[in-house]
Design a protein around this ligand. Structure first.
Ligand code: AMP
Ligand code: GLY
Length: 435
C-alpha cells in the first residue's frame, strides 16, 4: 500500500487527491497545504509545508511513493528538479520545461522555432517602443505579462487607450513586479476557446478527456476574466477530427521540440486554444499543469486508476496504457467569494455542504471539491471561505444538460454571504447540441 503526496491547495488538488485515493493501492494521500475539503476527507491529510526542500525531506522520511504537483508556481521554482535529485518520484515538468508556462516570451519563441500555430507577437521591455508598436497595430490587441501573474497577466484590449494603459501598468508602474518586466504584445484572435490537456512522460502522451472552461465572471461570458468560473467535459467543440489535428499540429511538436532542446517534457500539459471559424487552430497559451476548474469534471469522469497513469507517466511508459472515461458528461460550477477576481473577502461561513463532501466513498456522481476553504469560525470546526474561488460543485449526468441541472441543484443548497456564481455554465455545449 502506498502513500502519495499532492502539492497545492485548490479545487484541482482536491480533485486529484480524491481520485488518487480511490486507487486500491493507496491508503493515504497527503495534500500540501490542502484546504478544508481535503482536511475532512477520510484518507486525505493536510500538510502545512510549502518550502520545496522541506517537502522533499518530508517525502523521503514518510516514504512517499509518488508526488503529483498541482500548481505552476512550485513547478516554475524547480520542485521536480529538487525531488528528482533526491531520488524521489514526482510527476511534473522540470523548471526549464515549465518555462512553457512561466515565460510567455519563451513559450512564443518556442512555438515559432517549432512551427506551432499561434498569434503573431513581439516582446518589449521598453515602454516607448511598446507604445509605438501599439500605435502601428491598433486595437483590438492583446498585452501579456511575460511571467507568472496568477491568471491576471493578460489584457485583451478592445481600445488603444486600454492597450496603452496595460503597457504602462506592466512596464512603467511595475504593477506585476518582475512578471511584467517584459510584455508580449500579440495579435487579437477570434473564435471559440478550447482546452486540451494531456499527460506526458517525456516521449509519449496520453490525452485526457476534452474539457472547456468559462473564464468570464458573469453570465453570457461578460465581465472580467477569472481563473475559470466553471467547466465541463467532454467539450463538443473538439470533434474527433479536430482532436487528431491538435495532437499533430500542437502536442506532438511540443514533445519533439522539447526533446530536441534537451528538456523532455513530462507532466500535465495544457494547451489553451482558439479555434477560428475556418477551423484554424492557434495556441493562446501553454500551462504546465492541469486546468482549474477543468480538473474537477475530468476527474469525476475518469474511471481508470489515476495512480496507474501517474506511474506510467513517471516511468516513461505512457504508450502502454489507455484511460477509460465515464461515458456521461460532467460539469462543475464554481462558487466564488465576494470581491473575486479582485480582492476576495475571507472568513464567510459556508453552510449546506452535502454530506458526500465528507467521505471518499468510491464512485460518486456528484462531488463538491473545495478550493479556497479552511476550518475556522467560532469553534474552529466551521468551514469558511479563504480566497477567491471557494468551491467547485461537480456532477455527472447522461448529458451536459442533466449534469448542469444536478450541479446547480447541489449548489443551490450551499450558502455563504455574497457568493458569486454563474448560472449558465455549459451553455456553449448545450447550444451546440441544439444546432
Ligand atoms: P492566456 O492566459 O494567454 O490564455 O489568456 C487568458 C485569456 O485571454 C484567454 O483565455 C483568452 O480568452 C484571452 N486571450 C489570450 N490571448 C488572446 C488572443 N491572442 N486573442 C484573443 N484573446 C486572447
Ligand atoms: N481554467 C484555466 C486554467 O486553469 O488555466
Amino acid at each position: 500500500m502506498m502513500k502519495l503526496l499532492v502539492i497545492g491547495g485548490g479545487g484541482r488538488e482536491h480533485a486529484l487527491a480524491w481520485k488518487l485515493l480511490q486507487s486500491p493501492r493507496v491508503f493515504k494521500v497527503f495534500v500540501a497545504p490542502g484546504n478544508a475539503g481535503t482536511a475532512l476527507e477520510d484518507g486525505l491529510e493536510n500538510l502545512p509545508i510549502t518550502a520545496i526542500p522541506d517537502l522533499a525531506e518530508f517525502a523521503r522520511k514518510e516514504g512517499i511513493s509518488y508526488t503529483v504537483v498541482g500548481p505552476e508556481v512550485p513547478l516554475a521554482a524547480g520542485i521536480v528538479d529538487t525531488f528528482r535529485a533526491a531520488g524521489l518520484k514526482i510527476f511534473g515538468p522540470t523548471r526549464k520545461a515549465a518555462q512553457l508556462e512561466a515565460s510567455k516570451d519563451f513559450s512564443k519563441a518556442f512555438m515559432q522555432r517549432h512551427g506551432i500555430p499561434t498569434a503573431a507577437y513581439v516582446t518589449f521591455s521598453d515602454p516607448v517602443e511598446a507604445h509605438r508598436h501599439l500605435e502601428q497595430k491598433g486595437a483590438p490587441i492583446v498585452i501579456k505579462a511575460d511571467g507568472l501573474a496568477a491568471g491576471k497577466g493578460v489584457v485583451v484590449a478592445l481600445t488603444l487607450a486600454e492597450a496603452h494603459a496595460a503597457v504602462d501598468a506592466m512596464l512603467v508602474v511595475n504593477q506585476m513586479g518582475d512578471a511584467g518586466a517584459r510584455v508580449v504584445i500579440e495579435e487579437y484572435l477570434e473564435g471559440e476557446e478550447a482546452s486540451f490537456i494531456v499527460m506526458a512522460d517525456g516521449h509519449h502522451v496520453l490525452p485526457l478527456a476534452t474539457s472547456q472552461d468559462h473564464k468570464r465572471l458573469q453570465d453570457g461570458d461578460q465581465g472580467p476574466n477569472t481563473g475559470g468560473m466553471g467547466a465541463y467535459s467532454p467539450a463538443p467543440v473538439i470533434s474527433p477530427a479536430l482532436h487528431a489535428r491538435i495532437m499533430r499540429e500542437v502536442i506532438q511538436p511540443v514533445m519533439s521540440g522539447m526533446e530536441q532542446e534537451g528538456e523532455c517534457y513530462s507532466g500535465f500539459l495544457y494547451a489553451g486554444l482558439m479555434i477560428a471559424k475556418d477551423g484554424a487552430i492557434r495556441v493562446l497559451e501553454f500551462n504546465c499543469r492541469m486546468g482549474d476548474p477543468e480538473t474537477e469534471p475530468i476527474m469525476l469522469r475518469l474511471k481508470s486508476d489515476l495512480l496507474t497513469l501517474v506511474e506510467h507517466a513517471v516511468n516513461g511508459t505512457l504508450n502502454q496504457v489507455e484511460a477509460e472515461w465515464d461515458r456521461r458528461a460532467a460539469l462543475g460550477v464554481v462558487m466564488a467569494a465576494h470581491g473575486y477576481p479582485g480582492t476576495p473577502r475571507q472568513g464567510d461561513v459556508i453552510n449546506g455542504l452535502p454530506k458526500t463532501t465528507l467521505t471518499s466513498a468510491a464512485p460518486e456522481d456528484i462531488h463538491v471539491f473545495h478550493a479556497a476553504t479552511r476550518l475556522g469560525g467560532k469553534d474552529g470546526k466551521e468551514i469558511v471561505t479563504a480566497g477567491g474561488r471557494v468551491l467547485c460543485v461537480t456532477a455527472l449526468g447522461d448529458n451536459i444538460k442533466i449534469a448542469q441541472r444536478r450541479a446547480y441543484e447541489i449548489a443551490g443548497q450551499i450558502h455563504f454571504d455574497d457568493c458569486q456564481m454563474r448560472y449558465d455554465i455549459g451553455h456553449r455545449a448545450i447550444n451546440q447540441r441544439r444546432k
